[in-house]
Design a protein around this ligand. Sequence first.
Ligand SMILES: Cc1cc2nc3c(=O)[nH]c(=O)nc-3n(C[C@H](O)[C@H](O)[C@H](O)COP(=O)(O)OP(=O)(O)OC[C@H]3O[C@@H](n4cnc5c(N)ncnc54)[C@H](O)[C@@H]3O)c2cc1C
Length: 479
Amino acid sequence: MYDIIIIGAGVIGSFIARELAKYEANILILEKENDVGNVTSMANSAIVHSGYDPVPGTLKAKFNVLGNKQYKKVCEELDVKFLQTGSLTVAISEDQLTVLKDLEKRAHENGVEVKLLNEKEAKQMVPNLNNAVRGALYCPTAGVVDPFNLVVHAMENAIDNGVNLALNEEVINIKQIKDGYRIFTKNHQFDGNIIINATGINGETISDFVTAHHFDIKARKGEYYVLDHFDNNFLSMPIFPLPSEKGKGILMTPTSSLNYLVGPSSEFVDEKDDLSTDALTLKQIREQALLIMKDIPFNMTIRTFAGNRPTPSTHDFIIEKVNNHFINAVGIESPGLASAPAIGKYIADELVQEIIHLTIKQKYNPCVKKYPHPNMLSSQERKELIKTNPKYGHIICKCEGVSEQEILDVLERSCPPHSIKAIKKRVRAGFGRCQGGMCQPLVAKLLANYLKVDLSEINYDELGTQVAKFKTKAGDTDE
Ligand SMILES: Cc1cc2nc3c(=O)[nH]c(=O)nc-3n(C[C@H](O)[C@H](O)[C@H](O)COP(=O)(O)OP(=O)(O)OC[C@H]3O[C@@H](n4cnc5c(N)ncnc54)[C@H](O)[C@@H]3O)c2cc1C
């Protein structure tokens, strides 16, 4: 019997696991995918919002503001790239200036530092703003984070402190037992005293196994353009239009790896796994983005993608103790990424502690083991690193400059990749202009060699997505 079982290893489940790992408890996390952070937590704008716009008094406002304050320390402990860039929300007409003033008031109610800028000040800060911009609200505490390693490293930290992770375990039923619940996956069953439902967009299905108190979570799709690295000075911070009932609107932002994202759209879709993009929506995104920024070089687009927001019928995050054995932490749409550290802390230190008193572990370590990030070194430091190990000089992904040793390094870690995509998320091999066209076979071969399996067994993503499924006539997929 586990003391605590968390279902779902997105950013929310992983931060809950990390926070609970500081206590003496037997903890398991079940994830249906072949990797952590493989659903909504990897398909978003990756902005650590300041918290100026959620309605005051909501869980969104509370956890966004608290989470933002924790980000710098958390990212230092977890060795994750976080750039505190600030953000601008712009008014493109005189009428919109009044709305900016209302947003300034709301920011103050939420306790968020902001500054109203006039047209000249805004354009000095971001020279590529559209000429129509009349003023802006500057939020200095906003930033951008590497969302992939945020989840992976939070989970690594949890595992290093004793949490057990089981991948490829989709929960298909839950039944009440004495002192807790029995969880059924396709091939196994697990008993837990406290179950924490962190299944994001699927949260209602898991909650319905346990309680008659029903809510709906609908999928609201956001499509994006990803632009290649072209000029690090084009834009230094996220630029938002005024928010509306549809969300934060079509924005443009640099990423922590200095690409640019333009999007996301906001449309409800029937299928929760519908991640298609379409020409009409992308055209609308282009048109709307050009209302706030000028001369966006859409010819630098290297791909488009979509993520689905888990939009709950309650209009706020669903974070609740259902009974003394079951907690919901679902329906967490934006600003869920920004809020994750604070949600994890609240669930571990308050909701779980209300149920069972856990004692702090003597040997808890909040930091992950550091490893070299050659792309963040000076050329001299890089030369020194290559002298110590020439595999840091053997480049596998030419677009993003990723070496063989960087891939070998992540394979050795406590939440290692099992697929080509999981390697891509950790080291960026395949994220560049050729989208893996050149490096994917080399990455697959490295993974096969490391796992000591045939190349034909290597998955691109989830189980059953082998990229070299059939042997050639010569009978050898290795060559
Ligand atoms: C377009 C878009 C833009 C966004 N932009 C931002 C932003 O800039 N800043 C911000 O703060 N937030 C943003 N968000 C919101 C943020 O991405 C989410 O709030 C956050 O990722 C939700 O994390 P989660 O862990 O709840 O869900 P998920 O990441 O979906 O994790 C849930 C996990 O549960 C697993 N699971 C589901 N069902 C089962 C089952 N039956 N058994 C086992 N496992 C299961 C899934 O496989 C998944 O790994 C954005 C979201 C979208 C879609």
